[in-house]
Design a binder for this molecule. Sequence first.
Ligand code: PLP
Length: 418
Amino acid sequence: MDHILHLKSLISGRTFRPDEIEYVDPEFGPDGVVDVVYDYDLIKSRISRESLRDNRDYSIWRYKPLLPIEPDAEVPPLQIGWTPIYAVPRLAAELGLRHLWVKDDGRNPTGSFKDRASAIAVVKGRERGAEIITTASTGNAAAALSGICASVGQANVIFVPEKAPPAKVAQLLAYGATVMLVRGTYDDAFELCLQAADAYGWYNRNTGYNPYMSEGKKTATLEMCEQLGWEAPDRIFVSVGDGCIIGGLHKGLKDLMAMGWIDKMPKLMGVQAAGSNYLAEAWERGENVLTKPAINAQTAADSISAGLPRDRMKAMAAVVETDGAYITVSDDEILSAIPVLARGSGVFAEPAGAAAYAGLVKAVAEGLVSADERIVVLNTGSGLKDVAGAMKGVELSGTQPHRVDANLDDLRRVMATL
Ligand SMILES: *Cc1c(COP(=O)(O)O)cnc(C)c1O
């Protein structure tokens, strides 16, 4: 791992060798998030835009020299990343925009963006010879970990709050995970998971704790810029819960700038649910996220419900340093965006994914974007993850099926009314 210079504590700036600490800066415990700092000169000798042009590995592993793993690391067989990016001219026209794309991360093997991070966790866990890999999660991160573990026969233990949606728990059990339904909140599950990892020596995938998760998530911006011919977009809209995704996108963009592969930094637009708006509120009020207390989070977009975002430092820096913004949208706006995005692009998103599009709609309405900007909306999860959410969105849209007798005459009657 000669391409990693050190791990840098976000709070104190203190640096550590990668073999010196496993996850966080010990002085600050779980708040002591660290960033992976690379030797870009060395990396430039191993990968270039030209070498990528000839690379037929259409997955996150095409960027291996920019990832915190050994060059010859064995990687899981599931195809993760290189998700499609679609130009969506009809949606663009509706919004009065000229250049709009949707990148669909619902197309990852377990149905969400989280596969990008869990893939790195599985490689790191196996590098360490861990018997068990563990995480706490309300859903998609756990599904991603257990699915990728299943692809290599890796044992895993998942801590889930007791109230997690049963469909999400079923996906974990289908993948063969050992599931602990914790009597308590997500925070209780998180805390128990940390203690268990420590007590049993398990490898810990937790978001905003394991520094390598942002490194997996950054692959989305590496891909996006490569897919757009290395012409970076002006703005990227993404939904935000714990803040690990937006922090990872920012890291990918910083990598691209350091490598000289793009020449301007896109603005990151973080979209939060009105009922889970910790970061949006902190950003508007200029509050310090190290001292701002947790809020009581409640939203229908369960994947972005976070009372105290675990990766709040990276998430705040992502918006502030790129001159972006935080936007909040109501649950009705989020659910209504599901059918709007689906019929305008063919991309079916879960509520947390559609939230990013709802954020774009609001940003346009508020005059935050101009018509000729190049804009990417990231869908972070498949609509099949939360069919009940889609049903509510369709209900809000007022569209209904038509009832018809089983004969052509009646069909003609109905067709005439359309
Ligand atoms: C986890 C998740 C998010 C938010 O990511 P954070 O890193 O928690 O901000 C958004 N959408 C989906 C579908 C997710 O699973």
